[in-house]
Design a protein around this ligand. Structure first.
Ligand SMILES: [Zn+2]
Length: 235
């Protein structure tokens, strides 16, 4: 049985890295049958602040979209997984887009210094932001999965493709393949460990129940090397 989907293509792009650890900084683009362009995250800001110098920009998101003939104004929706600096660094450039973010994250962010650096990017007028509460189907074949833990109101994305099948973008809920294990050990050092463990277990259950064919981890250097990157795509 093929589940209903309006999603045509999934593009992966690397827009930066943490060279010391070979860690890729990535964004995704979903294209639908009816011509909508949906971005997932927007990468590092053009100028890396002094205190974040372990990050470097690669080919910027704008150049990569241009390879597909897309301008920033062609982006209809930006799904924001969370407001960390390497995920929301160019949100403001997509002036025609609406943003989709978990309400819990959007309401948490103004009070946390962690997100202050790029606040002008994510602190958009509320009429342009769709705040969602928990797991949400954005359109047939595109689902937001609430995965708090990495941050409050973090979200992952499930994309159902006709040929590839279901693809889970864990994003920062599970940055590396090695941490995609049930009941992650807790050494007591991380106050968010219980929430991270719960979200990891939730995604493992989803992989089992939704016949997920491909799990793409948020920052995994080894896996990233073997994936198709823009201009190639998953259909
Ligand atoms: Zn990240």
């Amino acid at each position: 049985m093929v589940s209903q989907t309006a999603v045509k293509r999934l593009y992966l792009m690397q827009v930066g890295s943490m060279p010391d650890y070979r860690i890729p900084i990535v964004c995704y683009l979903v294209q639908t049958d009816d011509g909508r362009n949906i971005l997932i995250d927007s990468g590092l800001p053009p100028i890396i602040p002094e205190e974040q110098r372990e990050f470097v920009n690669g080919q910027m998101i704008f150049e990569q979209l241009a390879m597909l003939g897309l301008q920033p104004d062609d982006i209809n929706t930006v799904i924001s997984t969370h407001y960390d600096f390497d995920h929301a660094g160019n949100h403001g450039a997509f002036t025609k887009a609406n943003y989709v973010v978990q309400r819990a994250h959007h309401e948490h962010a103004p009070g946390n210094e962690r997100y202050a650096l790029i606040r002008p990017q994510w602190d958009q007028p509320l009429e342009r932001i769709r705040l969602v509460d928990g797991d949400t189907e954005l359109l047939p074949g595109l689902e937001l999965i609430e995965t708090s833990g990495h941050v409050p109101g973090n979200q992952s994305v499930l994309v159902r493709l006709l040929q590839t099948g279901a693809v889970l973008l864990t994003v920062d809920a599970v940055p590396f393949r090695t941490s995609f294990v049930r009941d992650l050990a807790d050494d007591g050092s991380d106050p968010d460990a219980a929430a991270i463990r719960a979200s990891t277990n939730k995604l493992l259950d989803l992989v089992a129940h939704e016949q997920v064919q491909l799990v793409i981890f948020g920052h995994d250097p080894e896996q990233w090397e073997g994936l198709k990157k823009l201009p190639a795509y998953y259909a």
